[in-house]
Design a protein around this ligand. Sequence first.
Ligand SMILES: Nc1ncnc2c1ncn2[C@@H]1O[C@H](COP(=O)(O)OP(=O)(O)OP(=O)(O)O)[C@@H](O)[C@H]1O
Length: 501
Amino acid sequence: MAELLEIRDIAKSREHVPVLRGVNLSLAEGEVLGLVGANGVGKSTLMAILAGDLRPDTGQMRLSGEPYAPHDNDEARRHGVGIIRQQFRLDPGQTVAQAIFRESFHAGRPHEELRRPAAQLLRDVGTEISADTLLGDLRRAEHAIIESVRMLAEDAQVVIMDEVGSTFNVREIDDLHFITSRLTSQGRAVIYISHRLTEVKAVSDRVVVLREGRVSAELDPYRVSTDDIAEAMIDRRPGELVRVSHVVDEPVLEVSGLRVADAVHGVDLKVRRGEVVGLVGARRGGMYELVGALVGQFPMTAGTVLVQGEPRVINSPADATALRIGYFSDDDDELGLSNSESIARNLMIGGWDEGVDFETEVAALRDVIETIQRLNVRAVSIQRGVGDLSGGDRQKIALTRWMTEDRDVLILNEPTRGLDIGAREDVLQILGEHTEAGRSAIIVSSDLEDIVAWCDRVVVMRDGVIVDDLSTQGLSADALDSRVHPLPQGTRTAGGSTAFG
Ligand SMILES: Nc1ncnc2c1ncn2[C@@H]1O[C@H](COP(=O)(O)OP(=O)(O)OP(=O)(O)O)[C@@H](O)[C@H]1O
């Protein structure tokens, strides 16, 4: 295959700290290149250079044999380099059709003109998302599917997908793979960044490991295991995730007959002390609305809630907090991180409250330092702004913030998105310490490997009701997937068209 892109000796420092120290990389037409590396190693930085968002300190790039040095994202796009950023944000007021064509030469056309070609693309990809839906009515994972479909609508020769599928379920990952194979069958090339190594191995033709600012290894995904890839990233093989159960047969949270209009149709659920319950299902299964009702974000239309055996009413997030129920959202805006504030300020919960004595402040500061060391957050100092951290490192800070708050039941929505394999293990260990201390958790996750490894029990939802309640003992992610998506997927063929008119 002809070479499409060549990157030579690219170096880049951020805030005077060297991140990239001489990266060499090439990309062939029709290739999917998996780019992996620990959190904060510089993957997004390299992609930002490629997409014209940042300029390298030194080094050169060539695109289709010509020198390539974009000054901004528009110039990169004109040269045929398209990116789906890790932290993308879509306008909730746009329709799906408008979002798909928003950066193509059809941008600005009225929805009515865009809906037919958009519907065609969505149909080709096999997703059920409608071209007419407003983005504000869709979840983040659905936005990511739309972003991927946008790449089909644009004329990008090099498509960068930075953690696009981090909250995708197995079905959506399938859709994403279908999109990448459509792109490459048209001779385009894809750079695919993900921390879900099974997925990287499945989708890539070649896997490149970034480490200490350079490409440290190039692996053939057909010849290596995911553990081999992990070892190349973090220098050790992932441990066997051994989780010790701390369940005490004493209910801390019981809901019965819970309903949320149009979404949850009478759910009974019991969570015991020290128990970790997984909540899974297809995207519109009702899991988000169920946990949303438990944390006061969605109104319950019927049902009763017992907390520590007492009947309680949860009408607002403040009610949930008062009942010692904590919520970790899958939405960056809801995580409560202040990007302009330092890591220390974001993490020192309680330590800097009005009237707190010096010893308490020092102890809180010590906890902050221990936490960032334990989770391998790449920060030069705890005074650095959270906004200067990599996506995965920001997620670690947010997660730690919630896990250090003293709650009896912690509801975690997509807790491991964007975390590297080492950090996943660290978070699992922290969760184990919580359950040992008698706290309980409900985890909503699209990553079924995490669910079977992390939970004592898993509850499967479909169309707003619970259809399965399984022990995770001896349960594989594949077996769980067959319960989540019991119907065989429809057959799809590559090569659809997008006729306007
Ligand atoms: N906006 C920024 N300003 C200053 N420094 C930054 C900024 N974003 C990232 N960095 C620094 O650059 C380094 C590389 O970050 P980058 O986001 O490229 O890593 P990554 O490999 O994509 O990580 P992840 O897997 O967590 O997404 C990090 O150590 C981070 O602290």
